[in-house]
Write a new protein. Structure first.
Length: 252
């Protein structure tokens, strides 16, 4: 089972259901499906909440769609704490994305359409369970940021409706469901669950789970596990490079 985390996380603040407020992933899908996306090509005041790669993708896509508009990323911590990749941040700087750091949204304003987001200053608080310092709101520091489009990019969560409770997924800090036992087996014998976090993590986790599944099946059959095949097809590295590669891939 590799169900992932397809549902967007919500801010959980008043006004989040107003028209003009979009979760980041559906927004990016709409951009990919057509040239105008959800915000059209008119000048806009766009605010993106979040600091990860998805937030930057949404902000940069918004800026290209709203050519005469202004796009601002609001992030609850400092620039140095941004989880987005350095290349993504640098390219957003070049495109003209604006930033508002150490702010957290507390409510969204509007009548029939989003018109502004109220934010409050933050400061570092005590460490959470993972050891990371949390952000806490500073009283009396509210400010209103006008906007006609607000994109929420604060992560995703798994949709586990319909799964039997006996599976008892372990949810990672990012909300990805995984099996609790060795090799990502769940509490249901023979049912494995993994994936999530990133493509690289999902590939590595899938490989480990496949090996665990093979070992499980071979044990039931009274046989040893099957050795994992060499992904390159043998002990000798390939000598013919795939088209588009300029160097020996086995030395990268």
């Amino acid at each position: 089972m590799a169900v992932g985390a397809p549902d967007p996380k919500l801010l959980g603040i008043p006004g989040e259901q107003l028209p003009g407020v979009y979760p980041a992933l559906p927004f990016l899908l709409s951009v990919n499906a057509g040239p105008d996306g959800l915000i059209g090509r008119k000048g806009r005041k766009v605010v993106v909440i979040g600091g990860g790669d998805v937030a930057f993708d949404a902000a940069r896509s918004s800026l290209r769609l709203a050519k005469d508009g202004r796009v601002t990323i609001i992030y609850r911590k400092t620039r140095e704490a941004l989880p987005a990749g350095a290349e993504e941040v640098a390219e957003a700087d070049e495109e003209g994305i604006q930033y508002l750091y150490e702010r957290a949204p507390v409510r969204i304003l509007g009548t029939g359409q989003v018109e502004a987001v109220v934010v409050q200053r933050t400061e570092l608080g005590p460490p959470d369970a993972s050891g990371r310092r949390t952000s806490v709101l500073v009283p009396g520091t509210e400010e209103t940021i006008p906007c006609d489009t607000l994109i929420v990019a604060v992560g995703e969560k798994a949709n586990l409706e319909g799964f039997p409770s006996e599976i008892d997924f372990r949810l990672s800090a990012q909300g990805w469901p995984e099996g609790r036992r060795e090799g990502w087996m769940t509490d249901v014998d023979g049912v494995f669950a993994t994936g999530g976090k990133s493509i690289v993590y999902a590939m590595a986790a899938g490989t480990a789970a496949a090996e665990a599944i093979d070992a499980y099946l071979q044990k039931k059959a009274g046989a040893p596990p099957t050795p994992r095949p060499d992904p390159f097809g043998g002990a000798t590295p390939p000598r013919r490079l795939p088209e588009g590669y300029g160097g020996p891939t086995w030395q990268l």
